[in-house]
Design a protein around this ligand. Sequence first.
Ligand code: DGJ
Length: 540
Amino acid sequence: MTTVRRPFTVDGKPFFTLGGQSRNSSGYNRAEAETAFHALKLLHGNTLEIPVYWEQVEPEEGVYDWTSVDTLLAMARENGVRLVLLWFGTWKNGNMEYVPAWVKCAPDRFQRVINPYGNPVWVLSSHCDANYQADLRAFTGLMDHLKAQDGDQGTVIAVQIENEPGILGSDRDYGADGEAMFDSPVPAGLLERVAGLSGGPVYDAWQAAGGNESGTWPEAFGVAAGEFMTAASIADYIDRLAVAGRAIYDIPLYVNVWLREAGWRQPGGTYPSGGAVTRTLDIWKWATPHIDLIAPDIYIADADGYREVCDAYARDDNPLFVPESAPWGSNAWNMFYALADCSAVGYHFFAIEHIVGPDGGVNPVAQDIVGSFHATAAAIPLLLKYQGTDRIHAVAQHEGMRDQYLDLDGWMGVARFGYGGIEYAGMDWRHSGGERALLQQPQAPRGCGLVFQAGEDTFYLVGGAYRLGLRRKGPASATLDLTQNSDWFRERQAPFVSVDEGHFDESGMFVVDRRRNGDETDNGIWVEPDVQVVRVVMAP
Ligand code: DGJ
């Protein structure tokens, strides 16, 4: 059992944030934001992530207009949901798109990153104090405003500082200030931290460069020096913003990441150099003690790649939070790995507006992702209770999987996937009606969800498109007991005391909505997102 550190709270209690992130331009005004709030409702989410734009709130230097922030606060309260505000300040996706015009148009004062050929790129330099001071004034203005307008209500549960910070277009700043840092000693505290690591990319780069106890960036980190120095510089810039912001209004702050794990993996080329990628994470963790967590934006579809990223960011010093993930299919099942195996403390996907169909309901193409979020919403009390223990198990049907074995305490579980034929006789009219019952569906939804073992013989299931069979573990002779028919799809369920559909009420109590028995339980325990939670109590 590991204690899950949960930075997000509401009314002083741990809060699991579930929802989506709006599209980039949805935070400007009420009309733009409306679809995002509507989509959040369709998704059964509790929190909307939405940007606040430096260019909008400080249109002239020193002149602030917080109307858009007030509108978002009002809309969230009207909808009974929470907000995570995204500060689109110095950095947005490794460039400077959201800095005000008066910053964009004064490059002599607000210095840009200079690339190796001596040309400025479209990114503000982290080495330029004028950039920092300008962002600081606006960011602390935001925190000040939030404290005044929301301090007593806590509508905003967290602020993301910047968006995917880093440099696109160069591995580091080759301007005078960047060069000066490059040739100066690496802070002793960082090298001490690195020397104390037992491995990892930063340690390995340091070892490869000779494991020097002191030295300049290239002396300490060899070919990785440009990226590592940039990481330290940007992380420090952001941590100083966090210190100032927190001194005004102490709410959770985090940083998101454009991942490295794609394509050529070239810093400044295929991903922003200096961002908190897996390769620089140890530097970022050292440099950002005032940031609650560093959060990967996961757009990786394959199971192995997805897991690799979750494993890298779920660390003792960094709870996993997924602020952005793909709005398409595979995320609908991959996400359960993050929830069960990596104790994710919150989960969102990007461009939430896309789940809204032309009739205002859920777009059929988004059904998988909406189903998985609906199931997760129903399971929040269980997540808060069982994450970090061995009582939570992910079900995820990856390519070609016909079933998945679950190693449960005292029980063997098999989640079986696939629809069609006899299995449908064992569901009910709500989920087995019409053509779906009669035809093998060529594009059946993938099975996914969560299985919680709440007690020796009690299980809770959420998700869809799988059936859980349970058998007691025991001596080999017992597992071969012929009263337990071994025919794969007609395999009967081990005897149970009860199978109930239900939900958790405000106080966390399970409320039974419907009893299930007979045919509806014969071929394994099934669940679908609209059923919410199924509780099974097995017979002793
Ligand atoms: C990640 C960024 O953080 C978002 O603002 C958005 O640009 C998406 N990428 C687009 O895929």
